[in-house]
Design a protein around this ligand. Sequence first.
Ligand code: UDX
Length: 466
Amino acid sequence: MDICVVGAGYVGLVTSACLAYLGNHVIAVESNPERLNSLKSGAVPFFEPGLQEFVQQTSESGFLTFSDNLPEAVKKAQIIFIAVGTPSLPNGESDLSQVMVVARAIGAALDDSKRRIVVNKSTVPVGSGNWVEMLVSQGVQNAQKAQLVPARSGRSEGPSFTVVSNPEFLREGSAIADSFYPDRIVVGSIDEQATSVMQNLYKPILSQTFDAPSFAMRPHGLNSVPFIVTDLASAELIKYSANAFLAMKISFANEISGLCEKVGADVKQVAQGIGLDYRIGKAFLNAGVGWGGSCFGKDVSALMQVAKEYSYPTSLLEATVAVNERQRLVVIKKLQEELKILKGRTVGLMGLSFKPNTDDLRDAPALTIAYQLLKMGASVKAFDPVSNDICKTLHSHLDLIYADSVEDLACDCDALVLVTEWDEFKHADWKKIAKLMRWPLVIDGRNALDEEQVRASGITYRGVGC
Ligand code: UDX
């Protein structure tokens, strides 16, 4: 099929490469000239395991091309994906300005040659599908006016299109595998023809009949993926509810972790004990410094905003956010308990990204922790295997001392705090680290280290909820 994907950011680029790999002709439209040039020269402008090689491979095969010419790409395509960013505004609402511009531009570019499906892949508040439809229609009308087409009486017979919602559930760090082996594919539309075209597009994934790429092997035993057809509003709500539920699950584990510390229990054992109940499930019960990233905070706020428009209370969502805010600072409380005075101390942060295998610093707990420590008069060192440079550029106001290895980080530190559980940290040489530190203390903000090994090196170890 001929596909146009508008927006070559995280979601757009991964979607484009995957659809191209499956044999579709994909034009990824990117308006940022720097990003476009970088992609055309084969460089992916952010870190995602395997993506660089994958994009190169699909580009070389001729199935994936990059362009800034939206009208041309739209005219060629049968399916047009909107995959632009919808960042949070200060009041928690989603900033839909990019979606608005793109939807109108798509409308203005449509012609009568075929019926198009406009797919909303960007995470948008409930009801946005209808809004996008209106915007595409406005784009059509604007183009007609500009070409001085006489207004028809009654219902206009402009280019034919329909809008469907197709939320993404991919996680940073495993985006390619999540795209090829999703738990489900959701399409929101009451247009049967459109849902059948979408089902056809995703057929190789639904039936798992494609050759698995070497860098994203098919999970053992996976031979089909459920295809869920809903109405537009339900598809939009599925996306928000899924992320809100996952965030709530983590906040729940974190709340219990505090209680574990009071009563002398171990949250890892509690999580294992409750997670084995299949109704609860083991995933997303890891206690620590809490959730971050570009999605959870943004989606929970947007969901609360939608509810507010209907004067509908969202007590669970509010608690989810409150627990997470509090949780980020538990490591500071532990530092105070161990070191008493933080002024004049040197604390080393192991990791800056909001989670391992990404260079994404959006809503990263490390930034909150660093800011708070600096405010309290501590000196803060930091080392992240991939996001040191990005942090220097994006957060130059934070007075951090950047280290270029774990050992360099440990030098003269009064404490190390594990914030991002990169493998490199899990396999650190603790004996060597103990010798380099001024005071041998490790706060494991992700409960990810081998406690025995750290302690055996003569270091005081403190986890979360144990
Ligand atoms: C999330 C959703 O998982 C994905 O489906 C959606 O489409 C985009 O948002 P992502 O933000 O990439 O993906 O990261 P995810 O792996 O979900 O982790 C989110 C945050 O929760 C991270 O900060 C992670 O460290 C934290 N987390 C995760 C925990 O604190 N405990 C856990 O048990 C799991």
